[in-house]
Ligand binder design. Structure first.
Ligand SMILES: Nc1ncnc2c1ncn2[C@@H]1O[C@H](COP(=O)(O)OP(=O)(O)OP(=O)(O)O)[C@@H](O)[C@H]1O
Ligand SMILES: [Mg+2]
Length: 361
Protein backbone atom coordinates (compact mmCIF):
# COMPACT_ATOMS: atom_id res chain seq x y z
CA UNK A 1 0.00 0.00 0.00
CA UNK A 2 1.41 3.45 -0.92
CA UNK A 3 1.32 6.41 1.50
CA UNK A 4 -1.47 7.97 -0.59
CA UNK A 5 -3.52 4.75 -0.43
CA UNK A 6 -3.01 4.61 3.34
CA UNK A 7 -4.10 8.23 3.79
CA UNK A 8 -7.25 7.74 1.70
CA UNK A 9 -8.12 4.49 3.42
CA UNK A 10 -7.69 6.15 6.87
CA UNK A 11 -9.84 9.02 5.61
CA UNK A 12 -12.55 6.60 4.58
CA UNK A 13 -12.45 4.64 7.87
CA UNK A 14 -12.46 7.72 10.13
CA UNK A 15 -15.33 9.35 8.27
CA UNK A 16 -17.34 6.14 8.25
CA UNK A 17 -16.92 6.05 12.06
CA UNK A 18 -18.17 9.62 12.37
CA UNK A 19 -21.08 8.72 10.08
CA UNK A 20 -22.02 5.84 12.41
CA UNK A 21 -21.99 8.14 15.44
CA UNK A 22 -24.30 10.57 13.62
CA UNK A 23 -26.63 7.82 12.42
CA UNK A 24 -27.17 6.71 16.02
CA UNK A 25 -28.28 10.16 17.16
CA UNK A 26 -32.00 10.88 17.47
CA UNK A 27 -33.53 13.84 15.64
CA UNK A 28 -33.58 15.73 18.96
CA UNK A 29 -29.87 15.02 19.52
CA UNK A 30 -29.09 16.11 15.95
CA UNK A 31 -31.04 19.33 16.55
CA UNK A 32 -29.03 19.95 19.75
CA UNK A 33 -25.76 19.37 17.85
CA UNK A 34 -26.86 21.89 15.22
CA UNK A 35 -27.89 24.41 17.87
CA UNK A 36 -24.34 24.25 19.30
CA UNK A 37 -22.79 24.69 15.84
CA UNK A 38 -20.94 27.72 14.59
CA UNK A 39 -22.78 29.36 11.65
CA UNK A 40 -20.64 29.88 8.55
CA UNK A 41 -22.90 31.14 5.78
CA UNK A 42 -26.44 31.59 4.54
CA UNK A 43 -27.90 31.83 1.05
CA UNK A 44 -30.84 30.86 -1.14
CA UNK A 45 -29.81 27.19 -0.89
CA UNK A 46 -29.89 27.17 2.95
CA UNK A 47 -27.19 27.61 5.56
CA UNK A 48 -23.80 26.18 6.48
CA UNK A 49 -22.13 25.65 9.84
CA UNK A 50 -19.47 23.63 11.59
CA UNK A 51 -20.10 21.39 14.56
CA UNK A 52 -17.89 19.44 16.96
CA UNK A 53 -18.35 15.68 17.02
CA UNK A 54 -16.13 13.23 18.87
CA UNK A 55 -13.45 15.92 19.14
CA UNK A 56 -13.51 16.61 15.40
CA UNK A 57 -14.97 19.36 13.28
CA UNK A 58 -17.73 18.42 10.85
CA UNK A 59 -19.16 20.64 8.07
CA UNK A 60 -22.96 20.92 8.00
CA UNK A 61 -25.16 22.11 5.15
CA UNK A 62 -28.88 22.57 5.78
CA UNK A 63 -31.09 22.77 2.69
CA UNK A 64 -34.79 23.72 2.70
CA UNK A 65 -37.26 20.96 1.86
CA UNK A 66 -40.56 22.06 0.33
CA UNK A 67 -43.61 19.90 1.14
CA UNK A 68 -43.29 18.07 -2.22
CA UNK A 69 -39.60 17.37 -1.55
CA UNK A 70 -40.29 16.37 2.08
CA UNK A 71 -42.80 13.78 0.88
CA UNK A 72 -40.03 11.97 -1.05
CA UNK A 73 -36.59 13.18 0.02
CA UNK A 74 -34.76 10.79 -2.27
CA UNK A 75 -36.53 11.89 -5.42
CA UNK A 76 -34.30 13.47 -8.06
CA UNK A 77 -37.28 14.65 -10.13
CA UNK A 78 -38.04 18.33 -10.39
CA UNK A 79 -41.23 19.40 -12.09
CA UNK A 80 -41.70 23.04 -11.10
CA UNK A 81 -41.18 24.30 -14.65
CA UNK A 82 -38.22 26.53 -13.79
CA UNK A 83 -36.52 28.07 -16.84
CA UNK A 84 -33.62 25.95 -18.14
CA UNK A 85 -31.25 28.86 -17.40
CA UNK A 86 -31.78 28.10 -13.69
CA UNK A 87 -29.32 25.26 -14.28
CA UNK A 88 -26.65 27.96 -14.60
CA UNK A 89 -25.09 29.69 -11.59
CA UNK A 90 -26.69 33.07 -12.31
CA UNK A 91 -28.75 33.48 -9.15
CA UNK A 92 -30.82 30.32 -9.35
CA UNK A 93 -33.18 28.89 -6.73
CA UNK A 94 -31.90 25.39 -7.62
CA UNK A 95 -33.53 22.06 -8.31
CA UNK A 96 -33.96 20.59 -4.90
CA UNK A 97 -32.29 18.86 -1.99
CA UNK A 98 -32.95 15.40 -3.45
CA UNK A 99 -30.48 16.01 -6.25
CA UNK A 100 -27.84 17.53 -3.97
CA UNK A 101 -28.12 14.56 -1.62
CA UNK A 102 -28.01 12.03 -4.47
CA UNK A 103 -24.90 13.68 -5.93
CA UNK A 104 -23.11 13.55 -2.55
CA UNK A 105 -24.08 9.91 -2.05
CA UNK A 106 -22.84 9.02 -5.51
CA UNK A 107 -19.52 10.89 -5.25
CA UNK A 108 -18.87 9.61 -1.71
CA UNK A 109 -19.45 6.06 -2.91
CA UNK A 110 -16.84 6.60 -5.62
CA UNK A 111 -14.38 7.79 -2.96
CA UNK A 112 -15.11 4.87 -0.59
CA UNK A 113 -14.78 2.43 -3.50
CA UNK A 114 -11.47 4.11 -4.41
CA UNK A 115 -12.71 4.91 -7.90
CA UNK A 116 -11.96 8.57 -7.30
CA UNK A 117 -10.44 10.89 -4.70
CA UNK A 118 -11.75 14.23 -5.94
CA UNK A 119 -14.81 14.65 -3.71
CA UNK A 120 -15.39 15.34 0.00
CA UNK A 121 -17.07 12.55 1.94
CA UNK A 122 -20.68 12.72 3.04
CA UNK A 123 -20.84 11.34 6.59
CA UNK A 124 -24.58 11.36 7.16
CA UNK A 125 -27.81 12.96 5.96
CA UNK A 126 -30.98 13.62 7.94
CA UNK A 127 -34.31 15.16 6.93
CA UNK A 128 -35.70 17.16 9.84
CA UNK A 129 -39.13 18.63 10.38
CA UNK A 130 -37.73 22.00 11.30
CA UNK A 131 -36.88 24.89 8.99
CA UNK A 132 -33.38 26.04 8.16
CA UNK A 133 -32.27 29.62 7.64
CA UNK A 134 -32.35 30.93 4.06
CA UNK A 135 -31.53 34.30 2.57
CA UNK A 136 -33.67 35.11 -0.44
CA UNK A 137 -32.70 38.78 -0.62
CA UNK A 138 -30.89 38.35 -3.94
CA UNK A 139 -34.36 37.89 -5.50
CA UNK A 140 -35.66 41.21 -4.20
CA UNK A 141 -35.97 44.37 -6.29
CA UNK A 142 -36.49 44.84 -10.00
CA UNK A 143 -33.19 43.47 -11.33
CA UNK A 144 -33.92 39.73 -10.90
CA UNK A 145 -37.41 40.23 -12.29
CA UNK A 146 -35.94 41.85 -15.40
CA UNK A 147 -33.28 39.15 -15.66
CA UNK A 148 -35.80 36.29 -15.59
CA UNK A 149 -38.45 37.98 -17.77
CA UNK A 150 -41.21 35.53 -18.66
CA UNK A 151 -39.69 32.90 -16.38
CA UNK A 152 -40.05 35.16 -13.32
CA UNK A 153 -43.41 33.79 -12.00
CA UNK A 154 -41.91 30.28 -11.81
CA UNK A 155 -38.73 31.52 -10.19
CA UNK A 156 -40.57 33.56 -7.59
CA UNK A 157 -42.88 30.63 -6.83
CA UNK A 158 -39.86 28.45 -6.14
CA UNK A 159 -38.11 31.14 -4.06
CA UNK A 160 -41.28 31.56 -1.96
CA UNK A 161 -41.53 27.80 -1.49
CA UNK A 162 -37.92 27.64 -0.28
CA UNK A 163 -38.36 30.58 2.09
CA UNK A 164 -41.57 29.11 3.54
CA UNK A 165 -40.25 25.54 3.82
CA UNK A 166 -40.84 24.06 7.26
CA UNK A 167 -38.53 21.07 6.83
CA UNK A 168 -34.90 20.75 5.90
CA UNK A 169 -32.29 18.25 4.79
CA UNK A 170 -29.09 18.23 6.82
CA UNK A 171 -25.91 17.05 5.16
CA UNK A 172 -22.86 16.27 7.32
CA UNK A 173 -19.59 16.37 5.40
CA UNK A 174 -15.94 15.93 6.31
CA UNK A 175 -14.52 19.29 7.33
CA UNK A 176 -12.12 20.71 4.74
CA UNK A 177 -11.93 24.45 5.37
CA UNK A 178 -9.62 25.64 2.60
CA UNK A 179 -11.19 26.59 -0.73
CA UNK A 180 -9.18 26.69 -3.94
CA UNK A 181 -9.44 30.48 -3.84
CA UNK A 182 -7.87 30.68 -0.38
CA UNK A 183 -5.23 28.06 -1.21
CA UNK A 184 -4.13 29.87 -4.37
CA UNK A 185 -3.92 33.16 -2.49
CA UNK A 186 -1.56 31.46 -0.03
CA UNK A 187 0.56 30.02 -2.86
CA UNK A 188 0.76 33.40 -4.64
CA UNK A 189 1.91 35.00 -1.39
CA UNK A 190 4.70 32.42 -1.13
CA UNK A 191 6.40 33.76 -4.30
CA UNK A 192 6.31 33.63 -8.08
CA UNK A 193 7.58 30.10 -8.56
CA UNK A 194 5.17 28.59 -6.04
CA UNK A 195 2.23 30.67 -7.34
CA UNK A 196 2.81 29.77 -11.00
CA UNK A 197 3.20 26.07 -10.22
CA UNK A 198 0.03 26.12 -8.08
CA UNK A 199 -1.97 27.82 -10.83
CA UNK A 200 -0.78 25.28 -13.43
CA UNK A 201 -1.51 22.41 -11.06
CA UNK A 202 -5.01 23.69 -10.24
CA UNK A 203 -5.79 24.15 -13.93
CA UNK A 204 -4.66 20.61 -14.71
CA UNK A 205 -6.67 19.13 -11.84
CA UNK A 206 -9.81 21.05 -12.89
CA UNK A 207 -9.47 19.83 -16.47
CA UNK A 208 -8.80 16.24 -15.35
CA UNK A 209 -11.78 16.37 -12.98
CA UNK A 210 -14.11 17.70 -15.68
CA UNK A 211 -13.06 14.85 -17.97
CA UNK A 212 -13.55 12.31 -15.17
CA UNK A 213 -16.96 13.66 -14.19
CA UNK A 214 -18.13 13.71 -17.80
CA UNK A 215 -17.01 10.11 -18.28
CA UNK A 216 -19.02 9.16 -15.17
CA UNK A 217 -22.21 10.87 -16.27
CA UNK A 218 -21.89 13.83 -13.92
CA UNK A 219 -22.37 17.52 -14.78
CA UNK A 220 -21.31 19.63 -11.80
CA UNK A 221 -22.59 22.86 -13.38
CA UNK A 222 -21.16 25.24 -10.76
CA UNK A 223 -17.38 24.93 -10.88
CA UNK A 224 -15.60 27.90 -9.38
CA UNK A 225 -12.82 28.37 -6.80
CA UNK A 226 -15.38 28.80 -3.96
CA UNK A 227 -16.87 25.36 -4.68
CA UNK A 228 -13.53 23.56 -4.83
CA UNK A 229 -11.78 22.53 -1.61
CA UNK A 230 -8.10 21.68 -1.20
CA UNK A 231 -6.77 18.85 0.91
CA UNK A 232 -3.01 18.15 0.82
CA UNK A 233 -2.79 19.88 -2.60
CA UNK A 234 -5.60 17.69 -4.02
CA UNK A 235 -8.64 19.55 -5.35
CA UNK A 236 -11.98 18.23 -4.06
CA UNK A 237 -15.14 19.22 -5.91
CA UNK A 238 -18.22 20.06 -3.88
CA UNK A 239 -21.48 22.08 -3.73
CA UNK A 240 -23.80 19.97 -5.84
CA UNK A 241 -26.63 22.50 -5.64
CA UNK A 242 -26.96 22.55 -9.46
CA UNK A 243 -25.47 19.15 -10.27
CA UNK A 244 -27.04 16.59 -12.61
CA UNK A 245 -26.20 12.92 -13.04
CA UNK A 246 -27.32 10.71 -15.88
CA UNK A 247 -29.15 8.49 -13.36
CA UNK A 248 -31.32 11.40 -12.14
CA UNK A 249 -35.00 11.61 -12.97
CA UNK A 250 -34.65 14.29 -15.65
CA UNK A 251 -37.49 15.41 -17.91
CA UNK A 252 -37.03 15.53 -21.69
CA UNK A 253 -35.85 19.13 -21.77
CA UNK A 254 -33.38 18.49 -18.96
CA UNK A 255 -32.08 15.35 -20.66
CA UNK A 256 -31.39 17.40 -23.81
CA UNK A 257 -29.72 20.07 -21.64
CA UNK A 258 -27.58 17.37 -20.01
CA UNK A 259 -26.41 16.07 -23.40
CA UNK A 260 -25.64 19.53 -24.74
CA UNK A 261 -23.53 20.45 -21.69
CA UNK A 262 -20.88 17.74 -21.87
CA UNK A 263 -18.06 20.32 -22.11
CA UNK A 264 -19.66 22.92 -19.83
CA UNK A 265 -17.72 21.97 -16.67
CA UNK A 266 -14.43 22.10 -18.54
CA UNK A 267 -15.18 25.49 -20.07
CA UNK A 268 -16.67 27.16 -16.99
CA UNK A 269 -14.13 25.60 -14.59
CA UNK A 270 -11.23 26.94 -16.66
CA UNK A 271 -12.91 30.33 -17.12
CA UNK A 272 -13.62 30.87 -13.43
CA UNK A 273 -10.04 29.91 -12.51
CA UNK A 274 -8.68 32.39 -15.08
CA UNK A 275 -10.94 35.19 -13.85
CA UNK A 276 -10.17 34.49 -10.21
CA UNK A 277 -6.41 34.43 -10.90
CA UNK A 278 -6.35 37.62 -13.01
CA UNK A 279 -8.41 39.41 -10.35
CA UNK A 280 -6.04 38.19 -7.65
CA UNK A 281 -3.04 39.42 -9.66
CA UNK A 282 -4.47 42.93 -9.91
CA UNK A 283 -7.20 42.99 -12.59
CA UNK A 284 -9.95 43.38 -9.99
CA UNK A 285 -12.15 45.51 -12.22
CA UNK A 286 -14.49 43.19 -14.09
CA UNK A 287 -14.79 45.31 -17.24
CA UNK A 288 -11.01 45.67 -17.51
CA UNK A 289 -10.53 41.94 -16.94
CA UNK A 290 -13.11 41.03 -19.58
CA UNK A 291 -11.46 43.38 -22.10
CA UNK A 292 -8.11 41.75 -21.32
CA UNK A 293 -9.52 38.23 -21.74
CA UNK A 294 -11.10 39.23 -25.06
CA UNK A 295 -7.98 40.86 -26.45
CA UNK A 296 -5.87 37.88 -25.34
CA UNK A 297 -8.29 35.52 -27.12
CA UNK A 298 -7.84 37.56 -30.28
CA UNK A 299 -4.18 38.66 -30.26
CA UNK A 300 -2.42 36.40 -27.73
CA UNK A 301 0.15 37.66 -25.23
CA UNK A 302 0.32 41.43 -24.70
CA UNK A 303 2.51 43.70 -22.61
CA UNK A 304 -0.36 44.26 -20.22
CA UNK A 305 -0.96 40.55 -19.70
CA UNK A 306 2.75 39.84 -19.39
CA UNK A 307 3.08 42.48 -16.67
CA UNK A 308 -0.01 41.27 -14.82
CA UNK A 309 0.97 37.59 -15.03
CA UNK A 310 4.65 38.05 -14.11
CA UNK A 311 4.00 36.29 -10.75
CA UNK A 312 2.88 33.18 -12.69
CA UNK A 313 6.32 32.92 -14.32
CA UNK A 314 6.35 30.06 -16.85
CA UNK A 315 2.65 29.33 -16.30
CA UNK A 316 1.52 32.65 -17.86
CA UNK A 317 1.23 31.04 -21.30
CA UNK A 318 -1.66 28.92 -19.91
CA UNK A 319 -3.77 32.06 -19.66
CA UNK A 320 -3.24 32.65 -23.38
CA UNK A 321 -3.93 29.01 -24.16
CA UNK A 322 -7.37 29.12 -22.51
CA UNK A 323 -8.33 32.73 -23.28
CA UNK A 324 -10.65 31.84 -26.17
CA UNK A 325 -12.74 29.55 -24.00
CA UNK A 326 -12.79 32.19 -21.27
CA UNK A 327 -13.88 34.90 -23.73
CA UNK A 328 -16.85 32.85 -24.95
CA UNK A 329 -18.00 31.82 -21.47
CA UNK A 330 -17.53 35.36 -20.12
CA UNK A 331 -19.72 36.72 -22.89
CA UNK A 332 -22.34 34.06 -22.15
CA UNK A 333 -22.59 35.06 -18.48
CA UNK A 334 -22.55 38.80 -19.25
CA UNK A 335 -25.61 38.23 -21.44
CA UNK A 336 -27.36 35.88 -18.99
CA UNK A 337 -26.93 38.21 -16.04
CA UNK A 338 -28.92 40.84 -17.91
CA UNK A 339 -31.44 38.52 -19.59
CA UNK A 340 -31.63 34.84 -18.60
CA UNK A 341 -33.23 33.93 -21.94
CA UNK A 342 -30.66 35.81 -24.06
CA UNK A 343 -28.47 32.81 -24.84
CA UNK A 344 -27.40 29.35 -23.71
CA UNK A 345 -24.17 27.40 -23.60
CA UNK A 346 -25.07 25.42 -26.72
CA UNK A 347 -26.04 28.55 -28.66
CA UNK A 348 -22.90 30.43 -27.75
CA UNK A 349 -20.52 27.53 -28.38
CA UNK A 350 -22.19 26.86 -31.75
CA UNK A 351 -21.54 30.52 -32.63
CA UNK A 352 -17.90 30.03 -31.66
CA UNK A 353 -17.67 27.05 -34.00
CA UNK A 354 -19.13 29.14 -36.82
CA UNK A 355 -16.31 31.61 -36.20
CA UNK A 356 -18.29 34.49 -34.68
CA UNK A 357 -16.30 36.59 -32.24
CA UNK A 358 -17.46 37.42 -28.72
CA UNK A 359 -18.82 40.94 -28.73
CA UNK A 360 -16.78 43.67 -27.05
CA UNK A 361 -13.56 42.84 -28.97
N1 LIG B 1 -16.63 20.16 3.48
C1 LIG B 1 -16.41 21.44 3.81
N2 LIG B 1 -15.69 21.76 4.89
C2 LIG B 1 -15.46 23.06 5.25
N3 LIG B 1 -15.94 24.10 4.55
C3 LIG B 1 -16.68 23.85 3.46
C4 LIG B 1 -16.97 22.51 3.03
N4 LIG B 1 -17.74 22.58 1.92
C5 LIG B 1 -17.93 23.88 1.66
N5 LIG B 1 -17.31 24.66 2.58
C6 LIG B 1 -17.30 26.14 2.65
O1 LIG B 1 -18.65 26.61 2.72
C7 LIG B 1 -18.96 27.42 1.59
C8 LIG B 1 -20.40 27.21 1.19
O2 LIG B 1 -20.63 25.84 0.87
P1 LIG B 1 -21.35 25.45 -0.49
O3 LIG B 1 -20.60 26.03 -1.63
O4 LIG B 1 -21.57 23.98 -0.48
O5 LIG B 1 -22.77 26.13 -0.27
P2 LIG B 1 -23.53 27.28 -1.07
O6 LIG B 1 -24.95 27.03 -0.93
O7 LIG B 1 -22.97 27.47 -2.43
O8 LIG B 1 -23.15 28.54 -0.30
P3 LIG B 1 -22.48 29.83 -0.95
O9 LIG B 1 -23.58 30.49 -1.70
O10 LIG B 1 -21.97 30.57 0.25
O11 LIG B 1 -21.36 29.34 -1.86
C9 LIG B 1 -17.92 27.03 0.55
O12 LIG B 1 -17.69 28.08 -0.36
C10 LIG B 1 -16.70 26.72 1.39
O13 LIG B 1 -16.04 27.93 1.74
MG1 LIG C 1 -21.10 27.30 -3.24
Amino acid sequence: MTTIDMVSSMRSVRNTQLGRVLAELSDTEIAALLADGEPLGIGIGGSTARVQLDGELVFVKQIPLTPVERADVRSTAHRSGLPMACHYGIGSPGFGAGRELAAHELTSRWVHDEESDIFPLLLHSRPLDRPCRTDTSEFEGLTPQQQWGEGWPRVVQRVDALRDAESSMTLFLEYLPETLGAWLRRQFAAGAHTGGAAFADALEQIIDASVWMRAHGLRHLDLHPGNILVDRERLLFTDFGLTMHESFDLDREERAFFDLHAEYDHDTGVTSLLHWTLAELGAGNRARRTALVNSTAKYGMSEELERLCAPLEGAAHLVVEHAQTAAVITEMFELLIRDASATSYDMITAERERGAEPSGQ
